[in-house]
Design a protein around this ligand. Sequence first.
Ligand code: KIV
Ligand code: ZN
Length: 521
Amino acid sequence: MSDRILIFDTTLRDGEQCPGAAMTQRQKLEVARQLARLGVDIIEAGFPIASQGDFESVREIAKTVRGPVICGLARCVPADIDVAGAAIKPAGKQGRIHVFLGTSKIHREFKLGKAREEILRLAAEGVRRARKFTAHVEFSPEDASRTEIDFLIEVVEAALEAGATTINLPDTTGYATPEEYGRMFREVIARARGSGNAVFSTHCHNDLGLAVANSLAGILAGARQVECTLNGIGERAGNAALEEVVMALRTRHDSLGELTTGIQTREIVRTSRLVSAACSFPVPRNKAIVGLNAFAHSSGIHQDGILKKRETYEIMDPEEVGWGKTELPLTKHSGRAAVASRLKHLGYSLKPAELQAVFSRFKEIGDRKKFVYDDDLVSLVGAQIQVARETYSLEKLSVSCGIGEKPEAKITLRHGRKSLSAAGTGDGAVDAVLKTIDRITGLKGHLVDYQVRAVTEGKDAVGEVSLNVRFETKAEPCGGRAAATDVIESSARAYLAAVNRWFAEGGRTPRGKSRRTLAHP
Ligand code: KIV
Ligand code: ZN
């Protein structure tokens, strides 16, 4: 058995499925390029049948990203498979279709209403159909960890016989324990006819906080592909975190064996930040490997130990995962070339118009802040590339507020060639600003989530606002993110980003028709 573990990144599919993490096509492309630099083996770029946007993103990634295999997800439904086949076509021999079908009793009876025989037939037909588009077909018996083992083996055999080259056994609900998950792999690999011709894969959710432990158990039991996401984002409590699986394998050869991955670990932190910026999902400070506190030692005893010998309290070298040497910060005197070169170093490849927009915001911030750090830039770029088209942009903003005063906002927005102004009050300064924006746009946004954080240290730090807004009762919330030295301005810009995303994805004002149907698994 090979010692090489394939890293299948599903940040752009399962990761993007978590509420509030939706990314634009432009952002997905940036993330995919960085995933290729990170060295993942397979990028699951989306679920092409879910929407036109998903289809186009997968197709664009298949067309332009080279290195990893590009994969599209499909149910065992002919239309899904055909659309996935069309989306991955530009990747040529590097294209993969991932078909899935619920196999557990609860899925068969309540979700699908299908008997075992029908599941076996659909699985085989789905794989066979996918094989017409590509030689790389992955099959997932959804909810595998809660499927009766004998039936699971039958389904796996049917998929293998039909031509599946990878068999993924997902712990869809995050229910399994490591011992159970490992046992399932051992049994299926040992008993399923033809298992020697396929790569077995883990896919773990974190509902009980066991996603990484279960993935490692799967590997120890013979899996050679791991499905995971950056920062562990994903449906509900998330998926196994790529950075944790990779660093566990690298750090614990003594316990897990001499297993390797193709991951360039020094790209991990950079990729984590890019993903966090793209999906407006801040990384918790205490997140393993990539959180700000991951290598921060605060107690005196620990600091003393670290100074005497790093290994007393550090099991990994922070530089190995991309922390460490901070570059000299930029200042308002830095020119466009310096900013462009720093952005390139940070992993961005911006179009000239995007670079210009980021540079203008950089200058505005540089005027108010002594140093502009890498994190400030990442924050600015993330905000800049989040919408394809700006329906509204901020021209002027003034707010008056104080103790005992009713906060009032006066705002001017640019809309095409027009400047539209309004004034309004609210319960607080942010409320006044958002309500006044609604007055101008005609929308009525409901704030689902609002977070503010200082991007770097210091009183002049850039304040980054991440928010999610629901513009129609049943619609998916739109995410927005923005950074400025003033958090009221960041709030206005982040809210406008969400407004622009709503319109860019076909949304209307309440008088118009609504949009957006999503068919996630
Ligand atoms: O969790 C799951 O079962 C999935 C499948 C589509 C593989 O995401
Ligand atoms: Zn999943």
